[in-house]
Write a protein that binds this ligand. Structure first.
Ligand code: 6MZ
Length: 362
């Protein structure tokens, strides 16, 4: 395990509220229990349970959102999640989250995202770069790259960029609000849009206008695609030509043909797919075929908290299941630099980081 931890890694599919430490969730649940908002004993076992169907996962997210959705908690979990990825040697993290509006506590989608940015600024265990360099550093809303020197020692550094998620429960207008917010926040490190949420809910056509607008405006788009069988939607999503897709579990022959000819990179979430029984057994996971046919793909955690995993665990699992060595895994993650959503400067920095590390992995 140690060697997988020490390998520099790129995480492109991580949901903020799915990546929270169990200890934090339990603490938040205990607090709300004491305030009488929830019954702690009822939720404790839900948090600690490990095997969940896809449906149960979305029920758990509704519970997690009750526990986390105030500004201070959003800030706290953002800081912790970034620090956890950094301590797993993730050098580039694309963190996605659904901006939430909650009139009862005076939360707008924008103030939710400001709380996320506050969490990024609060990261102290590592150096963090979370916004493009050529921007106004005088504004209080502006993100910064924190100094790399700390008492003469060089701290670890993590690049973090944000994707704003559209939840499949949302309306066309709400999805459009999220895209507009993403556009306003481009200088603050928002690089793209994700479509996620319960795949059994909502219609693809509801989100299409917002997703088209996002692409027209130069935002990059990634879609949860094929998490359940839905031939029409899978085909329509591939025709849309997103910059990446996640999952691709229920693809049929014609979907694979379209995917492969379009070369759309795939975010692979092994543990998530197995836990939710989207894939019946790891040894028949489509990662093997994508890898063997050199289709661009990368390993990701999806929800490291909900599925009790880490990116190192995912690399370890793939290596042992598919008989891949360290060198192959290093190449796999390094190749993902090509399809991150950040700009060319970040790609260049990452290439240098991986070139420096390469000797260890030959
Ligand atoms: C689809 C998922 C997901 O946005 O509140 N989410 N959507 N499939 C999955 N596979 C298991 N895992 C997470 O993070 C939680 C939200 O991310 C989406 C769901 O909409 C969930 O409510 P945020 O930070």
């Amino acid at each position: 395990m140690e060697s997988w931890i020490s390998m520099p890694k790129i995480e492109l599919h991580a949901h903020l509220n799915g990546s929270i430490r169990d200890s934090t969730l339990l603490e938040l649940a205990r607090d709300l229990g004491e305030k009488g908002v929830i019954v702690f004993a009822d939720v404790e076992h839900v948090i600690l349970k490990n095997d969940r169907s896809l449906c149960e996962v979305f029920k758990l997210f509704d519970l997690i959102h009750i526990l986390t959705t105030d500004h201070a908690t959003v800030t706290r979990i953002t800081k912790e999640v970034v620090e956890d990825f950094a301590s797993d040697n993730v050098v580039y993290l694309e963190l996605r989250t659904t901006p939430k509006k909650n009139d009862l506590i005076g939360m707008s989608k924008r103030s939710y995202m400001e709380a996320v940015l506050e969490g990024l600024r609060a990261v102290s265990a590592v150096d963090i770069d979370f916004a493009p360099k050529n921007m106004d550093t005088t504004s209080p809303m502006t993100a910064i790259t924190k100094s790399n020197a700390c008492n003469g020692t060089i701290k670890k550094k993590i690049y973090v960029r944000l994707l704003l998620s559209i939840d499949r429960r949302e309306t066309t207008a709400a999805a459009m609000d999220t895209v507009k917010l993403a556009l306003e926040m481009r200088r603050l490190g928002v690089v793209g849009i994700d479509l996620s949420g319960n795949p059994n809910v909502g219609e693809w056509t509801t989100f299409l206008p917002a997703l088209e607008f996002a692409q027209q405006q130069g935002l990059q788009v990634t879609l949860h695609c094929g998490e359940v069988p839905n031939r029409k939607e899978i085909q329509a999503m591939l025709d849309f030509l997103p910059q990446r897709i996640g999952h691709a579990c229920f693809f049929e022959e014609e979907d694979w043909i379209k995917l492969k000819s379009s070369k759309i990179p795939v975010e692979i979430c092994l543990t998530s797919n197995i836990r939710t029984e989207s894939i019946s057994s790891i040894d028949i996971h489509h990662f093997a075929d994508l890898y063997n046919t050199k289709h661009p793909s990368v390993l990701c955690t999806d929800d490291s908290g909900v599925f009790s995993t880490s990116l190192s665990e995912e690399y370890k699992l793939a290596a042992s299941t598919f008989g891949l060595g360290k060198k192959e895994m290093f190449e796999l993650v390094k190749n993902a630099i090509e399809f991150i959503f950040a700009d060319v400067e970040v790609k260049q920095d990452l290439k240098e980081i991986f070139n420096l590390a390469a000797k260890k992995w030959d």
